[in-house]
Ligand binder design. Structure first.
Ligand SMILES: Nc1ncnc2c1ncn2[C@@H]1O[C@H](COP(=O)(O)OP(=O)(O)O)[C@@H](O)[C@H]1O
Ligand SMILES: [Mg+2]
Length: 255
């Protein structure tokens, strides 16, 4: 049995199909990039992995079990923006990430000091120890996203879910975030699902690139059918057929 198994998953909102017949298996430690046209259901897929929603049909298991519906330690998530708590300083954001996933509330005394020491070790790792006492609003976009990733990782999740995490960053910061994420991944060996708008980013960072697209397409009624995984590329081999993806899928179709 694979670490993550998505079997024949369908998701509809009301009468509108969003995802249909999605089948994906992922091994522990794999980095899965997800690309697809805007609105095709990529974030919906992540919400299903988070069990924030239940699929209309089909099943999902993580480590042999359906994902827990309460937030727990299995999954950490980072969005494009605003994942961190603005009213907490950098160190406390990391402490909160760990505490949240363990469902303990405020910490006191020696417990709190121990959590702060763990937070400082994480800040060292993500290169933010020099701003431990600063508030997120005073940080650059790249630093805020590093903090968001550190916060998610503080809970030691089995899976890290990234929803266009670098989409709001300038190109230079993006590149340094790529290095950061790859370095971190080498250290931690985590399983990652990353949605991105940027195909080359998907191929650079991912072991595999899943393309979500609509195999059936009615030009008079674009919402008639849902999307599924139309390609599952092995990105570890170089010479990826970008051209094929662009020509044969709707990834870059203007919407
Ligand atoms: N809770 C919801 N209720 C109804 N429609 C939704 C809901 N969430 C998302 N949608 C719709 O489902 C489609 C897929 O959304 P989403 O997963 O966010 O796409 P993507 O992340 O690929 O851009 C969109 O058309 C969106 O408007
Ligand atoms: Mg989305």
């Amino acid at each position: 049995m694979s670490f993550v198994e998505v079997e024949n998953v369908f998701q509809s909102y009301g009468a509108r199909p969003i995802l249909e017949r999605v089948n994906v298996t992922v091994n522990r430690g794999e980095f899965i990039s997800i690309v697809g046209a805007s609105g095709c259901g990529k974030s919906t897929f992540l919400r299903l992995l988070l069990a924030q929603e239940q699929p209309t049909r089909g099943s999902i298991t993580i480590d042999g079990r359906p994902p827990a519906q309460e937030p727990d330690r299995t999954r950490g998530v980072v969005f494009q923006r605003y994942s961190v708590f603005p009213h907490m300083n950098v160190r406390d954001n990391i402490v909160a990430g760990e505490a949240f996933a363990r469902s303990f509330g405020r910490l006191f005394g020696s417990e709190r000091r121990a959590a702060q020491e763990r937070a400082d070790a994480m800040l060292e790792r993500i290169g933010l120890n020099h701003v431990a006492d600063a508030y997120p609003a005073t940080l650059s976009g790249g630093m805020q996203q590093r903090l968001a990733i550190g916060q998610a990782l503080a809970a030691k999740p089995l899976i890290l879910l990234l929803d266009e995490p670098f989409g709001a960053l300038d190109p230079g910061t993006r590149l340094s975030m790529h290095d950061f994420l790859m370095h971190l991944r080498g250290e931690i060996g985590m399983t990652v699902f990353m949605v991105t708008h940027d195909l080359s980013e998907g191929f650079k960072l991912g072991d595999r690139v899943l393309v979500f697209d609509k195999p059936r397409w009615d030009p008079t009624d674009p919402d008639a059918y849902g999307a599924t995984v139309t390609y599952d590329f092995d990105a570890r081999n170089r010479g990826i057929p970008f051209q094929t993806i662009m020509e044969e899928t709707h990834v870059l179709r203007p919407v």
